[in-house]
Design a protein around this ligand. Structure first.
Ligand code: ATP
Ligand code: MG
Length: 211
């Protein structure tokens, strides 16, 4: 039985991993810019499960981070959100994320988008060698961090300049805790969700190195 017309053009799927605690316009601009530059068909945002690198602080429950990510991306038909890292449970390893996305869509080429700060750390990740067979890596500029070729295997990484937004989730959390506004740093719906769920208000500072 004929399998139907064979498409010669592979789907190009961007992957934006993050804690998204909360998601902010820095994440969204990076994804949008890379999508345009690399002619991506879609960018899937993948909120982490329990993130091993951040176990020194309490990370907001996965369902809240997932919902904020859905709210922030809902209006963009090119953006989607995946629960795979949340539903897998336990620590998130990007090799697991990429393997699972590949299994779900074996014909797609994967482009993993990462900020300058995280890019340099990738070689220290578990199974980092395997990462480069699973996806092409795209390092994006981020204010306060130097974007440098981390010495990945040949052709494994592209460096892209994106509009500079000096926004971090750490700063957003600190602002909410201090009663300062996060309007225009995060999407309006995320401001309202943070307020509705009273996130980041806790008496204990979050994400800082407070003694
Ligand atoms: P935190 O302060 O909690 O670490 P964050 O702002 O760094 O939060 P993450 O969820 O850790 O956000 O980041 C997810 C991905 O988005 C990472 O690859 C990170 O480098 C990238 N990223 C985050 N903020 C920006 C930004 N303002 N510009 C470019 N890339 C960014
Ligand atoms: Mg970060």
């Amino acid at each position: 039985k004929p399998a139907g017309p064979v498409s010669t053009v592979k789907r190009r799927l961007g992957v934006m991993g993050g804690t998204f605690d909360p998601i902010h316009h820095g994440h969204l601009v990076a994804a949008s810019e890379v999508a345009a530059r690399f002619h991506l068909d879609e960018v899937v945002f993948v909120p982490t499960g329990q993130p091993w690198q951040k176990s020194q602080r309490d990370v907001t429950p996965a369902e809240d981070r997932y919902l904020m990510t859905v709210i922030a991306t809902a209006e963009n038909p090119q953006f989607s959100v995946s629960r795979i890292d949340i539903d897998r449970g336990g620590a998130t390893y990007t090799t697991d994320t990429l393997r699972e996305l590949h299994a779900l869509d074996p014909d797609a080429d994967l482009f993993f988008i990462t900020g300058a700060d995280a890019l340099g750390q990738i070689l220290t990740w578990k199974n980092s060698g395997e990462l480069f067979s699973l996806a092409h890596f795209i390092g994006v500029t981020r204010p306060g961090h130097v974007l440098a070729d981390p010495g990945f295997p040949d052709g494994g990484v592209s460096l892209v300049e994106v509009p500079a937004l000096a926004i971090s989730s750490t700063d957003c959390r600190a602002r909410v805790a201090a009663g300062d506004p996060v309007w225009y740093l995060v999407p309006d719906g995320v401001v309202r969700y943070i307020d509705k769920r009273a996130l980041y208000r806790g008496g204990t500072p979050r994400g800082g190195g407070a003694p």
